[in-house]
Design a protein around this ligand. Structure first.
Ligand code: SF4
Ligand code: SF3
Length: 545
């Protein structure tokens, strides 16, 4: 069987990529990712059995988390690294299986399959992908659960990199993965697991929030420079703040400047990073524009996580990956070992030989409106709502992407009435964060909480407002949710919002291809999930006019 992947918003024809990914994923890579997921499920089967007997192994938790992260859209394009992971996964599984001895009940094929032959891997991969589940509703729910767990793993890994862990998260990862092998589970039982995934989604985002703010302080209102200086420089992209911290430390005093890109922009809001005078600001926009922007940046680029896209030859030799990110033929910075930081000296030396970045824009953007800042402004915000100066908030968090139809979000932001505020997080913001949308009583009309995981901040703000206004239900607040999604981190954010009881979320630019008509119906009926339409009509609908 050929490849089949429908995990992201750009799935071909909103059905699935079958020859090559729109993202650039090759058939071999897609298949190896499928086999890696299959291997993780088999491993999770034994982890579940072991848990009952009190057998735990933190190596497996960390391995599973990292392997899941590598299969997120635009994270890792290196089939060799995926093959290595499959081999390590099988070794870990066999060790655990032997430790556990006899197992009661049926054992799924994913838990017994074994090979060391890479040619066989490809063969096997063709049999165990998404389409191996015939019933389309069960397939849809299994994939929804798996994608939620992938997003959860990504956030858990960032927290882990800062020394923060929560056993409940790992336990659910294994529980959920193992459940996708259980032929006895009904659709209702899988739906319950999907919602439980949302609960752990809230926990993992809270954990990462704690990790980030304990390590680097609470984000502050910040004007971020989007222009350039005249020094050679390194551009850092992705989501991992520990990587940024180590890069800043190692490059200090070398004459090399550091700029953030895409989802690393919110790093500019943290007090701990502001102390570095060579930390200049943000360069460029969301991930999908990197081809043009990386070309013009002139210096080395460090991709710490998704989203990397197939690089052009013009800048290919300047791209480096680290952590879960990877790309075949691109230099990879090794993980931390024995508590020592990563070594970014090769990037710093490379930068010294490069020209300074070419200016692509000038000016500043404002951000840093995570929960701590917004709650410190609570009195002003509440007064503005009571006086009618603020009529409605729009949560427009999530992802950006290359589809033309995403210009909807720019138009939506532009056409929103002047007495509304946009609450944002994630790279979705680049569709409107450089528009001049003005202020309401000193409060900017676009409040950026941070990265996609900082959607947690938006939930904290909503829960606080509910309390201040003495409301019973979060849905009584004057807040509408118009969320853009692209990859699997947006899936865990969505499930987390559903778990918190948020209703009537509009999701776009298209509904996920992995939702079968029945599963979509369940989400519509129970949660009021809807797509997007025309800007004017949608605004009228949200404003209740
Ligand atoms: Fe297609 Fe998205 Fe899968 Fe890439 S990740 S193959 S674009 S569905
Ligand atoms: Fe963006 Fe890739 Fe999702 Fe963290 S960087 S939000 S798409």
């Amino acid at each position: 069987m050929g490849m089949f992947c429908f995990q992201c918003q750009e799935a071909s024809k909103n059905t699935g990529c079958t020859v090559r990914g729109v993202c650039g994923k090759s058939e071999i890579l897609a298949k190896m990712q499928d086999l890696l997921i299959y291997t993780l499920k088999g491993l999770a089967f034994y982890v579940q059995k072991g848990r009952i007997r009190g057998v735990e192994d933190s190596r497996i938790d960390h391995f599973t988390m990292d392997a899941l992260f590598m299969t997120i859209t635009n994270a890792n394009f290196d089939p060799n690294r995926i093959v290595e992971k499959i081999k390590s996964g099988l070794t870990l599984r066999e060790e655990l299986r032997q430790k556990l001895g006899a197992i009661d009940g049926p054992i799924p094929e994913a838990a017994v399959w074994y090979s060391e032959d890479e040619a066989e891997f490809l063969d096997k991969a063709g049999q165990v992908g998404v389409m191996a589940t015939e019933n389309e509703d069960i397939r849809s729910l299994r994939e929804l659960l798996t994608y939620g767990i992938k997003g959860m793993a990504a956030y858990a890994e960032h927290a882990y990199n800062l020394g923060y862990e929560d056993q409940k998260i790992y336990q659910f990862m294994h529980k959920g993965l193992a459940a996708t092998l259980d032929e006895q589970l009904s659709a209702d039982e899988l739906i319950a697991l999907v919602l439980e995934c949302g609960q752990h989604g809230v926990e993992v985002m809270a954990l990462l929030d704690k990790a980030n703010t304990s390590s680097y302080g609470n984000p502050e209102i910040t004007r971020v420079n989007i222009g350039v200086r005249n020094n050679p420089a390194i551009l850092i992209s992705g989501h991992d703040l520990r990587d940024l911290e180590e890069l800043l430390k190692q490059s200090e005093g070398t004459g090399v400047d550091i700029y953030t890109h895409s989802e690393m922009l919110p790093a500019n809001y943290y007090p701990a990073f502001k102390q570095y005078s060579h930390f200049v600001g943000n360069y460029g926009n969301a991930w999908w524009q990197q081809n043009e922007e990386f070309e013009k940046f002139n210096g080395p680029i460090l991709m710490t996580t998704n989203c990397i896209i197939p690089p052009r030859d013009s800048y290919r030799d300047r791209v480096y990956t680290t952590g879960s990110a990877g790309y075949e033929g691109i230099k990879h910075i090794a993980d931390r070992k024995d508590g020592k930081p990563k070594d970014f000296s090769v990037l710093i030396e490379h930068a010294k030989k490069c020209a300074p970045p070419q200016e692509i824009e000038k000016g500043e953007i404002i951000g840093g409106f995570a929960h701590n800042t917004v709650l410190s402004l609570a009195d002003t915000v509440v007064a503005a709502v009571k006086s009618g100066a603020i009529k409605r908030f729009f949560v427009m968090a999530g992802c950006d992407g290359r589809m033309k139809s995403r210009s909807y979000y720019t138009e939506f932001a532009r056409q929103l009435p002047d007495d509304t505020i946009i609450l944002t997080a994630g790279c979705a913001k680049y569709r409107y964060n450089k528009l001049d949308l003005g202020f309401i009583g000193g409060i900017p009309r676009v409040l950026d909480a941070g990265q996609c995981n900082d959607s947690y901040s938006l939930a904290v703000i909503a829960l606080k407002l509910k309390e201040v206004f003495g409301l019973e239900d979060i849905n009584q607040l004057p807040i509408s949710y118009n969320i853009a999604w692209y990859e699997q981190k947006a899936v865990i954010v969505l499930l987390a919002l559903l778990y918190l009881g948020v209703k009537n979320i509009h999701l776009g630019p298209t509904l996920p291809a992995f939702l079968s008509p029945h599963v979509a119906q369940v989400l519509v009926k129970n949660f009021g999930i809807a797509g997007i339409g025309q800007v004017e009509e949608d605004i009228a609908l949200f404003m209740g006019s």
